[in-house]
Design a protein. Structure first.
Length: 426
């Protein structure tokens, strides 16, 4: 009986094809050279070494003057951030719109804007977008791969522009929309910055007075003897407590901040915080006007660009910036998808002012809802301007009185024992 061969059977088995080795990226060199005419030229070149760059320059009829390796680009992109500012996005959108309007192909326009961009991260994003468009993808699909830079609103509008053949017009509208949205955000931040700074300074001043100034007066009062007035005793006791528990106070504040941030990340937390902000006594009315202006501007821009109303409302809800408003828009969208008009659901959710509901109803009836939404956005942006000015005018004297009251209380409390001692001596 024949024994089976110990050698492995290879008959009929095809050898595995060799995988092509990935081409190693060569370093980039910066060069300066002189042409035969004496003109100085410069540029970049990928090569294996400095000697190869010099040889290739000589082959081109140039005399190398200086060749050095290009330093690595430092990307300052923070974790979780897009690495691209809104200003940079506006500039790109406006320039790209001009290029498309002038008849420049998409790929060439992207290549030019990527080459001249100074932000390393944005430059890399544009190069990746260009490569995907070159491979046959649509511009909108290429942008969709970078959601931190190009949000859903941006992608949806670009897609509508590509389908309708009006990409240059859409990009122009996008740049205007982003500029207006950023201006609105800056106004709100400007209204919040002043009181925040004053409150931080007030806390800092009180802490310094309690930790360093009050103990000096305390020693002086103890040396003089006698009972301290009520306000002075309160400050001395508060100073003693703070000095003994300062580390615990800092730990408690840090724990509260962390707990608040964790709570704000939950659905329930975000809903409660956003609802509370809209009902806040001073800032609530301002935030509501900002929300209405943003809703009107976003929805109007999308409808005027040819985006279907259900898709437009979906994107508008996601970019609302407030959970309460987002849920309200989704409720309206659900009713509209059932065949109802937009007016009655808007009135039912109880978030939008009656004037806004009526104006949208007129726009829907006349077939010019996008134009009406634009007018609403303009009106509420002016209202935000007026509200910010009024808020600043109202807050400034309140904060001045607040700071003056704190400092005055400290001065009075510290000098009361001195006045008492002077009366005793007399």
């Amino acid at each position: 009986m024949a024994m089976p061969s110990a050698e492995p059977r290879t008959a009929g088995k095809k050898p595995e094809p060799e995988r092509p080795k990935k081409k190693k990226k060569q370093p980039v060199f910066l060069w300066k050279a002189k042409a035969p005419s004496g003109e100085e030229r410069s540029g970049e070149m990928e090569a294996a070494s400095r000697e190869e760059v010099e040889a290739r320059l000589r082959q081109s009829g140039l005399v190398p003057v200086k060749v050095r390796k290009k330093p690595a680009e430092i990307n300052l992109k923070l974790p979780g951030s897009s690495g691209v500012t809104r200003k940079e996005l506006v500039i790109f959108t406006r320039q790209f719109s001009t290029m498309i309007d002038a008849g420049l192909p998409l790929v060439q326009g992207l290549e030019i804007l990527a080459a001249q961009n100074e932000n390393p991260h944005f430059k890399q994003v544009l190069r990746e977008v260009k490569e995907k468009v070159e491979s046959g993808s649509t511009f909108a699909d290429a942008l969709r791969d970078h959601p931190k830079v190009f949000d859903e609103l941006y992608v949806q509008l670009v897609q509508a522009g590509e389908v309708g053949g009006i990409l240059d017009t859409i990009l122009q509208r996008l740049s205007v929309y982003i500029e207006k949205a950023e201006a609105l955000k800056r106004k709100v931040k400007g209204a919040m910055v002043y009181p925040t700074i004053v409150l931080v300074v007030a806390v800092g001043v009180v802490t310094v007075l309690l930790l360093f100034v009050t103990p000096v007066f305390k020693d002086m009062f103890e040396a003089a003897g006698g009972d301290l007035p009520g306000p002075t005793q309160f400050l001395v006791d508060l100073s003693d407590w703070l000095r003994a528990n300062i580390l615990y106070v800092f730990a408690a504040v840090a724990a509260l901040v962390v707990a608040f941030r964790l709570f704000a990340r939950t659905d329930t937390g975000r809903r409660l915080i956003h609802a509370g902000l809209l009902k806040a006594p001073i800032f609530g009315d301002l935030l509501r006007k900002v929300a209405v202006a943003r809703f009107s501007r976003t929805l109007g821009t999308m409808l005027s660009s040819g985006v279907p109303i259900l898709d437009a409302m979906n994107v508008t809800a996601k970019t609302a910036g407030n959970v309460v408003l987002e849920e309200a828009i989704f409720q309206v969208r659900s009713k509209v998808s059932e065949g109802r008009t937009i007016v009655q659901p808007l009135a039912e959710v109880g978030v939008f002012p009656q004037m806004v509901v009526e104006m949208i109803g007129v726009g829907e009836a006349t077939g010019a809802m996008d134009a009406m939404l634009g007018k609403i956005a303009d009106f509420y942006e002016e209202e935000v301007d007026a509200a910010v000015s009024a808020l600043t005018s109202m807050i400034e004297p309140i904060l001045i009185v607040f700071m003056g009251g704190i400092v005055g209380f400290f001065v009075a409390a510290m000098y009361l024992p001195i006045f008492t001692m002077a009366e005793t001596i007399k």
